[in-house]
Design a protein around this ligand. Structure first.
Ligand SMILES: NC(=O)c1ccc[n+]([C@@H]2O[C@H](COP(=O)([O-])OP(=O)(O)OC[C@H]3O[C@@H](n4cnc5c(N)ncnc54)[C@H](O)[C@@H]3O)[C@@H](O)[C@H]2O)c1
Length: 252
């Protein structure tokens, strides 16, 4: 028996670097998984690999999670396939990191859509199911940069700061209902996306990492471990928190 055997877990942004690590972590713990992403091929391949390696049921939902239809579809796939929804990991996102005045209409919109609207839409779609069951765990991937105002991150932080604030409000509003809402906030994470930044803009990326007292980015497994903890039933009295998995770069 794994920690999440008989539980249904939706991972949004499952095809990305952190999403894949999260999916594998929950698969290892026996979860029934819904992998949601825009990237059809990415979630398809991951689903096949996880079913094979961990002998768990995995389904995918392909669509734009920043839209009501895309978010509803992911939740409907969960409930129609598994008849329940225990955990939603709002991980879809990703920064368009650049100086504020170099953003275009398109990059502004994409930053807010990916990071804030997808989290908000998926939350709205999943909440009624969790409230009806009287149980649920929502864990959001936020960002440590919201707290330290990292250079070139203003627009990304506007979106992720919205996610942090959303979690605080939801935890108060639904405190009596058995559903908890928490954020895991990493700084740079050693994901394929991070490696790309390191190749394309090494000086800037090294400046980001230099803000971390431990002198390195977070490992994917370190982020996944924190998410797993907050998604578990034993974390039931932790609500509305932003957990920095950040090597000490910002203090509580
Ligand atoms: N990598 C880091 O250094 C880092 C640091 C702090 C926070 N984060 C956050 O962690 C999360 C995962 O980051 P990552 O590094 O794995 O990024 P990534 O770009 O590798 O993966 C993000 C995934 O989200 C999906 N996605 C984005 N918008 C979507 C939408 N509207 N609908 C459906 N799918 C959508 C993408 O297709 C992609 O597969 C993001 O929220 C990111 O902002 C990452």
């Amino acid at each position: 028996m794994g920690k999440f055997t008989d539980q249904c877990v939706i991972i949004t942004g499952a095809a990305g670097g952190i999403g894949q690590a999260l999916s594998e972590r929950f698969a290892r713990e026996g979860a029934s998984l819904v992998l949601a992403d825009l990237n059809d091929e990415g979630v398809g391949k991951l689903a096949v690999a996880l079913e094979h390696d961990y002998a768990i049921p995995v389904v995918t939902s392909v669509g734009d999670l920043s839209t009501p239809d895309g978010a509803k579809q992911a939740v409907e796939v969960a409930t129609s396939t598994f008849g329940r929804l225990d955990v939603l990991v709002n991980n879809a996102g990703g920064g368009v990191i650049r100086p504020t005045l170099m953003h275009t209409e398109e990059t502004l919109q994409a930053t807010i859509d990916r990071n804030l609207w997808s989290a908000l839409r998926c939350t709205l779609a999943a909440l009624p199911v969790m409230l009806a069951a009287g149980y649920g765990r929502m864990v959001f991937i936020g960002a440590d940069s919201v707290r330290n105002g990292l250079e070139d991150h203003a627009i990304y932080n506007a979106a992720k700061g919205g996610v942090h604030a959303l979690v605080g409000g939801l935890s108060r509003e639904f405190g009596m209902k058995g559903v908890t809402f928490n954020v895991v906030a990493p700084p740079a994470v050693r994901s394929p996306e991070f490696e790309r930044y390191m190749r394309e803009q090494p000086e800037l990326t090294n400046r980001f990492v230099s803000q971390i007292p431990m002198g390195r980015p977070a490992e994917l497994s370190e982020v996944a471990a924190a998410v797993e903890f907050l998604a578990g039933s034993e974390a039931g009295f932790i609500n509305g928190q932003v957990l920095g998995v950040n090597g000490g770069s910002t203090l509580a």
